[in-house]
Design a protein. Sequence first.
Lengths: 417, 161
Amino acid sequence: MPTMTETEDRLRNTLHAVASSVHHSEEMTDEVARTASPAVIPPDNRREGRSRRRSPFLVFAASFLAVLLVGAVSVLTGGTRPGSDLDPPIEPNASTDPAPVTTVPSPADESSPSTSTRPGEPSATAEFWAQTLAGWVDIVSRADTFGPDEPEPEARVTESRETGDPFGDGGSMVATVVSADGQLTVRAEYLGRDETIDEIDLETEIAELTADGTAQHVDTIWHTPDVDSEATDERVQAEYFLTEVKSGLARMTVLTVRGRLVVEVDTTDPALLFDKNQLMGIATGMNGTSLDLTWDPDHPLSTSVESLPEPTADDWVALDSDLWVASVQEGESDRLWVKTDTQDPTSANSTDTRSLYAYAGSDFVVIVVGEPVPEAITVTWDDGSTESVEPIWNTDLGMGFARFDNKAAQVVSVDGP
Amino acid sequence: MTSDVRPGPMPDSLVEELYRRERVGLVRLALLVIGSKAAAEDVVQESFLRLRSTSSELSDPVQYLRRIVLNQARQVLRRREIERRHAPVDPGVVLPPELDEVWQLLDDLSENRRVALVLRYYEDLPYTEIARLMDCRESTARSLVHRGLKSLRRKIDADHD
């Protein structure tokens, strides 16, 4: 593995090498005469990122004039886009309105052409005006793509729950699901002790699941009647949703894809991939509407590296000849792990449950944590039969266990703990 | 008595001056964040248009412009996040294999880490400045850079296995 310094050097060299591919020859020069050059690529090609033998200045000028035109149209039609006198100045982080059609120019800008060429000033050539109009179409088209300005919907909090420990420091996430105007917003708030964690960390941490390709995931399609079916762009409507399901974590991203709300589920628990009911439960819990859940069984799944800190060899304590338990502190709570000679370590949060289940040899084992000590633990099998066993208690460890013959039948319920 | 006269828009001469001086640098910055030269140019283009509609009383228009570019670039990244999983982005740049490997791996990093690494290792900015541009705390900027670098290091190692 390279050292951090080597990594820094390679990164620095890479960034500078890539940046140097933007040549000064493309920089705007005094060749403003190129304004009327036929070599300029039409905006349609420019949007697709084709070969770029155009003058950047020309495009800027064309776009600029396009803004003047659009602004003028906006004024004539009584439009109230941002940039009108009623609107505050655009802030740099006004990220919800990426449409560039925002300027209503002052009349002075249009009425004072000069002989020098500068952004926003019209050229006398017909070709320039043709470019300008093309640029206008281009910009309007983009504005349409990004959607009109949307009024602030009345938000309704449908659910808020505290879940997970995304950074392994005993902190937790509060996922608040807000339903507004048929769209979902899931806001994640971190409650933890690491003061360096903030919302950017949350986004980063959770987004990494997919960005790194580390999470197994399936796509679920969520139909809601209020979604604008005309929308064609893909927009992340909600941030992230984190919840603990069974032994794994599930994270959800809600986004709009061609007018449908798509709930993406990333999970570290492979079993979830085959548990539609579980997924549906999570998803419907987010806004209370029905869910049409589908996924492509051939969807490529990547491997999961999201893992809890596992016990070290010293942490394991024998509870029986073939049964070991370990308690690993995670923040303010302990996570209990169990392993047997036939089963790899699995865990359960001891603050959530008093019991753990394991398979040891041919036995089904129920482990009970903490007081009070149950007199008996009863297992009900799916053939209707029951079996009760008095747990063997280990006072030092504060836990006990009961072993049952592992029948071919499934365990339906466990009573006693 | 208060005045109701609002500051006017940015003078064309200033926009032009900024455009001449800053454009290439901003395109480079956007390219490193987005990974696509064509998209980077569009982002810078739109950023200048936005700048022009802002108040002429900005104390530091270059800094302001940088933030617009970064925010626009990050939006592009977000919009492309889904597409990225299915189709790798072609940076349109030919690099030596060793550098190309790092460039490809950068594409796998999360948006915030990537932005932080670019600001740190290309722009050579101090953490306070990175935090200001990314609108986060300095400790977060440090964390993003550190984690990003660590992640990149792991990826390089895994790539060689």
